[in-house]
Every structure is written in structure tokens, then in C-alpha cells.
Design a protein around this ligand. Structure first.
Ligand SMILES: [Zn+2]
Length: 335
């Protein structure tokens, strides 16, 4: 059994927060998630292929709260960091499953690599934190970038190296200090780390002058907006919005908001250049029933449109990306 401790906002350090999801709500929401996916999947689906859909790496939250200052959604109480590390090191699906994940994720990363090139203004070198099955590394290579990976999971790293990439077993904090790159990218991963603030600080140390940090995270503001609607006349819409984007049951440690990320990067001598609201990479695969795959495509098109027009903390955007550049004249104010 994991052990838990009380937590506070990792961005503002304040303990002032509102309860968003009680322990009881959490259980009900997980059941709803299982029901949702069971209807949509071929009954013959092997357990391994449930990875990243219902069998998430993270345990379900006990209770979720939302910071009154920056809107960060976080677990309180939270698993102790040691336990979390153990979750990531234990896993090891076989190569066929990793290859299938790679293939499923690849198309969305092509769009992301193109977006990065456009916002950064040119191609260059980079490090991806949480490079996982190498879908982004491949997309970036094909787009003319030179990216290397960093990941705590040695088994998936072996698979990713087999695709021809340099991958460091460990964390951004454990990467050799003299390594400097144009871009540090943290896609779909900052929210799973035990110390995201430390990772952002470490990322900044590896950036060259004019370098850029690019992050993609689940939007706590979206979860906070749709979660209360699960009990009411708009329940079906809210369920679809959250479930299609892996927000139902909230399998993350943190739900950032654009406000929270902005505070984190500014504190580390960077300035936000772009915020982009988006949907999750496609989750349908060969085990998804045809109607469900079609529905996912249609629903995600609608949600993506909503994500792009939504302003402020982008409550209609289930996921968002922030691109922040190192300020020329500043060194990090917090070491
Ligand atoms: Zn906060």
C-alpha cells in the first residue's frame, strides 16, 4: 500500500484550496470511466492494450483540490515521492505493445513538431523529458530537429534506442550539467512527476541563450469546469469531454492551468510566448469498436475548436501547451 502525506500548491506554496473531488466521488468517477470504455472496446481486448486508457500508470486520486490562487488541481493527500518512482520503474509491457503505442501517438506528434518549429522560429537541438516510446522523437527527427530523450523507464528507453535515438535513463535533474540545447520539451509528463517545479528549474539550466521550454499538460481549469456537470442535465456532454481526453477519473498528479505554468516559468527567468489549447492524442486503436472510433474523431474535432477559441485559463481546452523563452537579460531568480 502506498503511504500518503498532506500537500500544498507546488506553484504558490499556499495550502488554501477548495475540494474538487472527494474520496467517494473519485470511486464513482473511476466506475464511470470503466463503463464508458467497456462499451467502446472489443470484448477480446488483451489487458496490455488497455494501457494508457483505463489501466493508467497512476493510481486513482484519493481526493482532489484546487488552489485558490493559481487554479492548480492537485492530490491532497498525495502519494509519497518514493512510491511514485516505484510505479514507473515497475512497468514493462512488451515490444509489440510499445510499437502499437508509438504508431498510435505518432500522427499527433507530427503536428506538434510542426507547431514547435513555427513558434521557435527555426530547427535546432532538443531534449524531450519523458520520451517514452519515442513518438515525438521520431516526429521531431523527420521535421529536421535533433532531439534526445530522458526517461525514468529503462525498458521503454531500450525500445526507443532501438529506433536510433540517444536516451538517458533518469530524470532531467540527473542529466549532465554541461548539456545545453535549444529546446527542452515536456509533453504529457510534467503532470506525472513528483517534483514538476524542480523539473522546470532543471530544464531551464539546460537551455542555451534564447532557448525555449515547451510543455504540454492536462488542463486543471477544464477538469474543474466540467467535473461539476457530471451530475446534471449536461452529464453526457461533460462525460464525453472528459473521457475522450483522459481527464475522467483524473489519472494525473497535477492539473496545471495556464496561470500556474506562467508563474512557474517566470520564476525561472522565462517568458511565455504562446499558449495553445488542444485535445488529447487519439486513443482509438484496433480494439476500439468502429462507431466509437468515428465518434471520437467527430467529438475531438468539436472539442479542438472549443479549445482554440477559449480564453483566459482556457476552460474548454482539455490539454494545453505553453512555449516559454529564456529572457535574454535575466538569470533564474530562484536557484
Ligand atoms: Zn497555486
Amino acid at each position: 500500500m502506498p503511504s500518503y502525506e498532506l500537500s500544498r500548491c507546488i506553484v504558490c506554496s499556499t495550502a488554501e484550496a477548495d475540494e474538487l473531488l472527494s474520496a467517494e466521488d473519485a470511486k464513482a468517477e473511476i466506475e464511470e470511466l470503466w463503463e464508458y470504455h467497456q462499451r467502446r472496446l472489443d470484448p477480446a481486448v488483451p489487458p496490455n492494450s488497455l494501457m494508457d486508457r483505463v489501466a493508467f500508470s497512476q493510481r486513482a486520486p484519493l481526493r482532489l483540490v484546487r488552489c485558490c490562487e493559481c487554479g492548480l488541481v492537485y492530490r491532497n493527500p498525495v502519494e509519497r515521492p518514493m512510491e511514485l518512482d516505484a510505479i514507473y520503474r515497475e512497468e514493462g509491457p512488451d515490444d509489440a505493445v510499445l510499437r502499437a503505442l508509438h504508431e498510435t501517438q505518432r500522427p499527433a506528434y507530427d503536428a506538434q513538431a510542426a507547431r514547435l518549429t513555427e513558434i521557435f522560429g527555426r530547427r535546432g537541438s532538443g531534449i524531450e523529458v519523458g520520451s517514452y516510446v519515442g513518438a515525438f522523437l521520431t516526429a521531431a527527427r523527420d521535421a529536421g530537429w535533433q532531439f534526445a530523450g530522458v526517461d525514468v523507464n529503462a525498458e521503454t528507453n531500450a525500445f526507443t534506442r532501438s529506433l536510433g535515438f540517444q536516451v538517458h535513463d533518469g530524470t532531467i535533474e540527473s542529466l549532465e550539467a554541461e548539456r545545453h540545447v535549444d529546446v527542452v520539451a515536456i509533453w504529457n509528463c510534467l503532470d506525472q512527476l513528483s517534483d514538476p517545479a524542480g523539473a522546470v528549474r532543471a530544464a531551464r539550466r539546460h537551455l542555451s541563450d534564447g532557448g525555449m521550454l515547451a510543455v504540454r499538460v492536462p488542463n486543471g481549469a477544464c477538469y474543474a469546469a466540467f467535473r461539476p456537470l457530471l451530475r446534471g442535465p449536461f452529464a453526457a456532454v461533460a462525460r464525453e469531454w472528459l473521457a475522450q481526453n483522459n481527464l475522467l477519473g483524473f489519472p494525473y498528479r497535477y492539473g496545471f492551468t495556464p496561470t500556474a505554468i506562467t508563474r512557474l516559468v517566470e520564476r525561472n527567468g522565462m517568458r511565455v510566448e504562446a499558449v495553445f489549447g488542444d485535445v488529447l492524442v487519439p486513443i482509438a486503436d484496433r480494439w476500439t469498436k468502429r462507431w466509437a472510433a468515428l465518434e471520437e474523431r467527430l467529438v475531438k474535432r468539436v472539442i479542438a475548436a472549443g479549445a482554440r477559441i477559449s480564453t483566459g485559463d482556457k476552460p474548454l481546452a482539455p490539454w494545453f501547451e505553453v512555449y516559454a523563452r529564456v529572457r535574454e537579460t535575466d538569470s533564474p531568480s530562484v536557484g
